[in-house]
Design a protein around this ligand. Structure first.
Ligand SMILES: [Zn+2]
Length: 191
């Protein structure tokens, strides 16, 4: 399985995390991070960890990660229909944040001085903390009202619409956008 199996069109890390569960052709969902090894590959593809990081999560931790993904999805499902995320989602996010404190670090980069967050927890907590922080940032910045589900009926992918006019409909033009265009052509040719 290569990085190509992990979509990163969500425009937010936590949304890409949700998108590790694409729709399965016959219904239901696949899970592309169903093993600790697969999770590590995703985390590397997402630049959450580097190939030098010796991160070897066990099944118990993976179960916690999967549960957190489910909780975030419940939050996302509420947000796309303009509701507030369930309080269980907020509690879980705050719990992950509390377990991965961040210190600010002043560093000089190519574009000048920057304040960068540095996670003080071990990798296992820090990873879920990063996802929680990213969800929190989406809500606090007001970008949550741009959270969308792909309009293709058999697709469950989500994304934050960062287009200027706010009219992005598809997770990806290459897959769902084209499927829709082809379906439109087929429908027209039957008329
Ligand atoms: Zn789609």
């Amino acid at each position: 399985m290569g990085a190509v199996d992990f979509p990163f069109f969500g425009n937010a890390l936590w949304v890409d995390f949700l998108n590790t569960e694409p729709a399965r052709p016959g219904g239901g969902r696949d899970d592309r991070i169903s093993t600790p090894e697969a999770f590590v590959r995703w985390a590397q593809a997402a630049s959450l960890i580097s190939s030098e990081d010796a991160f070897q999560p066990d099944e118990v931790w993976l179960e916690e990660a999967h549960q957190f993904r489910t909780t975030l999805r419940e939050g996302a499902d509420a947000l796309v229909t303009d509701r507030n995320p369930p309080s269980a989602t907020i509690v879980a996010v705050n719990e992950k944040l509390a377990r991965s404190p961040v210190v600010s670090t002043l560093i000089k980069g190519g574009s000048g001085w920057q304040v960068k967050p540095r996670f003080k927890a071990g990798l296992a907590d820090a990873l879920l903390g990063r996802l929680a922080a990213d969800f929190a940032e989406t809500l606090a910045s007001g970008r949550a009202n741009r959270l969308r589900r792909c309009e293709h009926p058999s697709c469950v992918m989500m994304f934050i619409d960062t287009s200027k006019n706010g009219k992005r409909r598809w997770c990806s033009m290459e897959t769902c956008g084209n499927r829709e265009k082809a379906a439109g052509r087929r429908a027209r040719s039957k008329l």
